[in-house]
Design a binder for this molecule. Structure first.
Ligand code: DMJ
Length: 643
């Protein structure tokens, strides 16, 4: 056990032991020799000890396993009353002839042990001649072999499935030169973000554009999983940045390894990695993305091993041990996290033919359907041990948002067959409209947050995605209220635009109030930041697709210019800490969702509608497009949409 630690000390390239080396330089060689001698002595002693122990250990059937070729003569468990003789823990049969045979065997055994002993000494001498670098290289080679073997095991070929109708994956060039120019500007910003990440943060999860080095947050664990590469792939693809796409693909192929001892957020890894890989697979047809998505999904599955089947928020990719965020109410899982897995998991089942993923998310849905909802609202917290709600807080922003989004998108993704999801969406939206949506004194429609029976008149930047959601869900709404929901989407888009327009930088704050004379303005210092978030631009894009009102392109262009002016630095793009300050400070993070979402939605806003048409594609909550599935003939059970 101690040998490897001792080896480097006697390696040729290591300095001699400090003791006496500088004081007595002529003693250096002597010291090295004596070190080697001591090591040899330790090794010999160790081997001799093993030899001795072998003979003096008590009788045990386990000894048969020693590979010394003794099974023929050493017969364990012989009854001594029948003339058997106990020798060093083993029983030898008979006397006379048997004793002679025994002596011969003993001799043979001794010779063998002597030979093994000498061989071990030779090997030890050889090792001692090697430098630390050589030894490390040998260890690395062995490690690589093991990793390769594991990879081979993991990359089992997946069953072939018919690809859905993939249209509109690389068109959308606008005829209007002004719009084309704007689109090119967005593409140039994407290049700037990507090139700097490649130069300074390659392989890290995100980039620190000021410090010019890699960045990561706890949602990705402590490993370098290249979150920005995976999140950016489909944006690169639709922008026609194919060299960059190939670089990303190569990195993923060679380096993206999920067998790491890292505790990650199940939700974030699902929406960014699985969503990103699946979209890259559908767009490019490259198998590697599908294989990686399935490998990763397998690592997330242990998170569902809870008493209720509601997954933990975090899971260790290696051990499979899960747990929840310390800050969540009473050990709860979060609605927007366990409720934002459906799209990706249905696609995983579709692509693999394995219903395991589908069953997990359908189980969550069934459980939610059975639960009582205070005022028809879904609380943000649910305890995965007891199956009971935590605090009665409801939000269409942080902690709740994408749960509602995925109900609607489950219906759209199933080619509108999953009517169960549509019903859940309609019910939820009705309760939200009744209890959370209000008009301010100044006439701005906002969505507040429900906290223990009380409405907080505050709206988050995250909540601004809901304008797009209402517009997307207008068609097919209950009682044919399409016009109403499109109008609601337009009102939310307007309010969120106001939250941008009322700042110095023309960028929106993290949260803004509608209280005490304040309208669409952040009050608390720690809510004044803008971290390159996409939600407002996402809503502009949906509203543009459904109305073609030029104001949405105009608002999107204002945001593009503001981001380029205030968030662009020579090393990439950074969030800013105070959108009301004329000399803002940077937070020094280029979020991966900036490349996945913000720039993608801007690019789509200045593209024709035939790029990723909404009849064929449904965007996951990280803006990764997944095709509509026509699953009528599949064998997925439990939901009429998939029967
Ligand atoms: C993204 O990762 C996703 O849009 C998610 O649903 C919530 N917010 C961030 C970006 O703001």
């Amino acid at each position: 056990m101690t040998t490897p630690a001792l080896l480097p000390l006697s390696g040729r390239r290591l300095p001699p032991l400090n003791l006496g080396a500088s004081a007595f330089p002529h003693h250096r060689a002597t010291l090295r020799l004596s070190e080697k001698f001591i090591l040899l002595l330790i090794l010999s002693a160790f081997i001799t000890l093993c030899f001795g122990a072998f003979f003096f250990l008590p009788d045990s059937s386990k000894h048969k396993r020693f590979d010394l070729g003794l099974e023929d003569v050493l017969i364990p468990h012989v009854d001594t009353s029948k003339g058997g003789k106990n020798l060093g823990g083993f029983l030898i049969h008979g006397q006379g002839h048997d004793e002679h045979r025994h002596r011969e065997e003993e001799e043979r055994l001794r010779n063998k042990i002597r030979a093994d002993h000498e061989k071990a000494l030779e090997e030890a001498k050889e090792k001692l001649k090697k430098s630390r670098d050589e030894i490390q290289a040998e260890i690395q080679t062995e490690k690589n072999k093991v990793v390769q073997e594991l990879k081979k095991k993991d990359s089992k070929p997946l069953p072939p499935v018919p690809l859905p109708n993939l249209i509109g994956i690389n068109s959308g060039e606008p005829a209007d030169p002004d719009i084309r120019e704007k689109r090119n500007k967005v593409k140039e910003m994407m290049k700037h973000a990507w090139d700097n990440y490649r130069q300074y943060g390659w392989g890290h999860n995100e980039l620190k554009p000021i410090a010019r080095k890699g960045h990561s947050t706890n949602i990705f664990g402590n490993s370098q999983l290249g979150a920005t590469i995976v999140d950016a792939l489909d944006t690169l693809y639709i922008m026609g940045l194919h060299d960059e796409f190939r670089e990303g693909q190569e990195w993923i192929d060679k380096n993206l390894d999920f067998s790491v001892n890292s505790e990650v957020s199940v939700f974030e890894v699902n929406i960014r990695f699985i969503g990103g890989l699946l979209a890259a697979y559908y767009l490019s047809g490259q198998e590697v993305f599908k294989i990686k998505a399935v490998q990763l999904a397998g690592k997330l599955l242990p998170a569902f091993n809870t008493p209720t089947g509601i997954p933990w928020a975090m899971v260790n990719l290696k051990s499979g041990v899960g747990r929840n965020w310390g800050w969540a109410s009473a050990g709860s899982s979060i609605l927007a996290e366990f409720g934002t897995l459906h799209m990706e998991f249905v696609h995983l089942s579709y692509l693999t033919g394995d219903p395991v993923y589908y069953n997990k998310v359908m189980h969550i849905r069934k459980l939610l359907q059975k639960m009582d909802r205070p005022n028809g609202l879904y609380p943000n917290y649910l305890n995965p041990r007891t199956g009971r709600w935590g605090q009665h807080h409801t939000s269409v922003g942080g902690l709740g948002d994408s749960f509602y989004e995925y109900l609607l998108k489950a219906w759209l993704m199933s080619d509108k067959m999953d009517t169960e999801a549509r019903k859940m969406y309609d019910d939820a939206i009705e309760a939200i409209e009744k209890h959370l949506i209000r008009k301010s004194n100044g006439g701005l429609t906002f969505i507040g947050e429900w906290k223990n029976g009380h409405l907080e008149r505050k709206m988050g930047h995250l909540t601004c995605f809901a304008g797009g959601m209402f517009a997307l869900g207008a068609d097919g709404s209950r009682d044919d209220k399409a016009g109403h929901y499109l109008q609601l989407g337009a009102e939310i888009a307007h309010t969120c635009h106001e939250s941008y327009d009322r700042t110095t930088l023309k960028l929106g704050p993290e949260a803004f109030k509608f209280d005490g004379g304040v309208e669409a303005v952040a009050v608390r210092q720690n809510e004044k930041y803008y971290i390159l978030r996409p939600e407002v631009i996402e809503t502009y894009w949906y509203m543009w697709r459904f109305t073609h009102d030029p104001k949405y392109r105009q608002w999107g262009w204002e945001a593009t210019q503001a981001i380029d002016k205030y968030c662009r630095v020579s090393g990439g793009f950074s969030g800013v800490k105070d959108v009301y300050s004329s000399s803002p400070t940077y937070d020094d993070v280029q979020q991966s969702f900036f490349l996945a979402e913000t720039l993608k939605y801007l690019y789509l806003l200045f593209s024709n509608d035939d790029l990723l048409p909404l009849d064929n594609w449904v965007f996951n909550t990280e803006a990764h497009p997944l095709p509509v599935l026509h699953l009528a003939n599949t064998t997925l059970s439990g939901n009429p949409a998939y029967r």
